[in-house]
Design a protein around this ligand. Structure first.
Ligand code: HSE
Length: 372
């Protein structure tokens, strides 16, 4: 019997990337999928290869949800907080795989990132855990990049400065970014056709449009030709919520048996579409030759793409444009710093919707399916 697997929030940004990946990997042939919707129950569901579209089930109907063996939920924290506790209180014993942050720190939940914490997942599965959360995208991508060094227990602390894509702020931010790009071009299009136009005039027209946009839409700060050095809400530590999650979630994923691994930095939103990049500084527990560090990084898992610390390779392979839409975790600019041989710097990036969100959930489904 194929496990009855409910999918909630499958039309959103993370959900639709998950659907694409599941279709590509043939996952739908291994489950009996049931598509849920909160807003459109009864409407036709998606057409999957070889299967007739079934009507969408009501995502708030606990009896229907309780008939599932597995539920994958990409609907967001608010939905999970509203529905999940009631479903468990209803006696449901199935596996809940959640994309949101709602359950990440819950006692009975594990943050899944199997290339990094497969042993923990297996242990918890054997111990009866039934709740699995995807991690914060920035944290998952950082740990995927540093997996080799962390496995060796070479890292004393990590400081990471992020360059986070518009997709992390949702579909609205991506649409706004693309519209801003269009507006910016439109306000200088005429001058651009004139080779004699003064650069100062071009820049002044574009900057004036940006200033007007920023003043007129304070809730949606422009990202085109701009950046935003604050992601999420404020914490008493002075960190943003996004920054605070770095250490919290990294420790939860890694297990950190002895002491927490210190992770801190600044999270910044930039105008890339769906790739989160991070400039990492870390201190090693002991001096390790650079070639050994590079080999360790590169061999961590099959998705790690080590880019030589050279100008051309960095410009072509270590950019959001090169990595977007792929499962590659690119790591480059690796060097020991002039601060001392135990200080290492590197630049890393990965697709925020793939390894940053959908892929760990899809792979957790795969791990559960191995057991059924
Ligand atoms: N919080 C992330 C961001 C996305 O704002 O980019 C979700 O992990």
């Amino acid at each position: 019997m194929k496990p009855r697997t409910g999918l909630i929030g499958w039309r959103g940004m993370v959900g639709s990337v998950l659907m694409e990946r599941m279709a590509t990997e043939g996952d739908f042939t291994r489950i009996e999928p049931v598509f849920f919707s909160e807003s459109q129950p009864g409407e036709p569901g998606p057409c999957l290869d070889g299967l007739a579209a079934q009507p969408l089930e009501d995502a708030t109907n606990l009896h229907l949800l309780a008939a599932m063996d597995i539920i994958i939920c990409c609907q967001g924290s608010e939905f999970t907080r509203r529905i999940y506790p009631d479903l468990r209180a209803h006696g449901w014993q199935g596996h809940w795989i959640d994309a949101s942050s709602a359950l990440r720190m819950a006692e009975d939940s594990v943050i899944v990132l199997d290339p990094v914490n497969r042993a923990m997942i297996d242990r918890q599965l054997a111990a009866g855990t039934r709740t699995w959360s995807g991690g914060n995208c920035t944290v998952s991508l950082l740990l995927m990049a540093l997996a080799g060094l962390l496995r060796q227990d070479w890292v004393e602390w990590i400081s990471t400065m992020t360059y986070q894509a518009a997709s992390g702020a949702g579909a609205v931010q991506i649409r706004a970014l693309l519209q801003e790009m269009g507006h910016l071009h439109a306000c200088v299009a005429h001058q651009l056709t004139d080779p004699a136009a003064a650069l100062r005039d071009l820049e002044a027209s574009a900057s004036s449009w940006l200033a007007q946009r920023a003043a007129s839409s304070p809730a949606l700060v422009p990202l085109a030709a701009n950046l935003i050095p604050y992601i999420g809400t404020a914490r008493p530590t002075g960190q943003s919520d996004e920054e605070g999650k770095g250490q919290e979630e990294a420790c939860r994923i890694l297990g950190c048996p002895d002491a927490p691994l210190p992770v801190d930095g600044l999270c910044v939103r930039v105008g890339s579409l769906r790739c989160h990049a991070q400039a990492v500084t870390l201190r090693l527990k002991r001096e390790v030759p650079l070639a050994e560090l590079e080999a360790c990084l590169a061999q961590a898992h099959p998705w790690l793409h080590l880019v030589p610390n050279e100008p051309d390779a960095s410009r072509h392979q270590l950019t959001p444009a090169a990595v977007s839409g792929s499962l590659r975790i690119a790591v480059g600019r690796v060097r020991q710093m002039t601060l001392g041989p135990r200080y290492l710097t590197l630049f890393t990036l990965g697709d925020q919707l793939l390894w940053g969100a959908a892929e760990p959930l899809r792979r957790q489904l795969g791990i559960l399916l191995e057991r059924t």
